[in-house]
Design a protein around this ligand. Structure first.
Ligand code: PRP
Length: 190
């Protein structure tokens, strides 16, 4: 069972629901009549996006990007490859990047440069979890934020370990034994 692999629940389902609703209401107030484009980054961000838009009372457009980093060797450069681009033309549109978690900040840094170069009317960031202890890129303009999380192996509500645990309805810390065992048998964490 999924739950058995979790050491500790960090943020409960009810806490997430409450916070997501709060953010959705703030967005509805700030973007009334602006038909914003909410951009989610595959794959983890879709759970937050799906819940968020259903708390919003205004018209929205959703779109998706898929990007992959070139791996640990290039981590600090934040170099990424676009695997799937937006379908919407965002020139002159109000864009909100919706992310599940900001860790080093490199993904978001790349996204802001990439989306910003397309001349949107505005560009803001909405993130559920902020793991600031691991930040490499500072001063990111995060306008809407859910929770701070410690520098631990968090899974659930979109966050995975080897593509698993995304469907947990809460955010929890994965038991060490799970990734240590996997590491032993494969010789690396990823
Ligand atoms: C996660 C998350 C962000 C990124 C944040 O995605 O959804 O996009 O990592 O990390 P950073 O701040 O260090 O750049 P991940 O690459 O794990 O892909 P996933 O959404 O498919 O899980």
């Amino acid at each position: 069972m999924l739950n058995e692999d979790v050491e500790k629940v960090l943020i409960t389902e009810a806490e997430i629901r409450y916070k997501v609703t709060e953010i959705g209401q703030a967005l509805s107030a700030d973007y009334a009549d602006k038909d914003p484009v909410l951009v989610s980054v595959l794959r983890g961000g879709v759970i937050f996006l799906a819940d968020l838009i259903r708390t919003m009372s205004i018209q929205v457009t959703i779109d998706f990007m898929a990007i992959s980093s070139y791996g640990p060797a290039t981590e600090s450069s934040g170099v990424v490859k676009v695997l799937k681009d937006l379908e919407e033309d965002i020139i002159g549109r109000h864009v909100i990047v919706v992310e599940d978690i900001i860790d080093t900040g490199l993904t978001l840094g790349y996204l802001l440069r990439n989306l910003g170069s397309r001349n949107p009317a505005s560009l803001n960031v909405c993130v559920l979890l902020d793991k600031s202890a691991r930040r490499i890129l500072d001063n990111l303009p995060i306008k809407y934020k859910g929770f701070d999380v410690p520098d631990a192996f968090v899974v659930g509500y979109g966050l995975d370990y080897r593509q698993k645990y995304r469907n947990l309805p809460y955010v929890g810390i994965l038991k060490k034994s799970i990734y240590e065992e996997a590491e032993k048998s494969s010789g690396g964490i990823d």
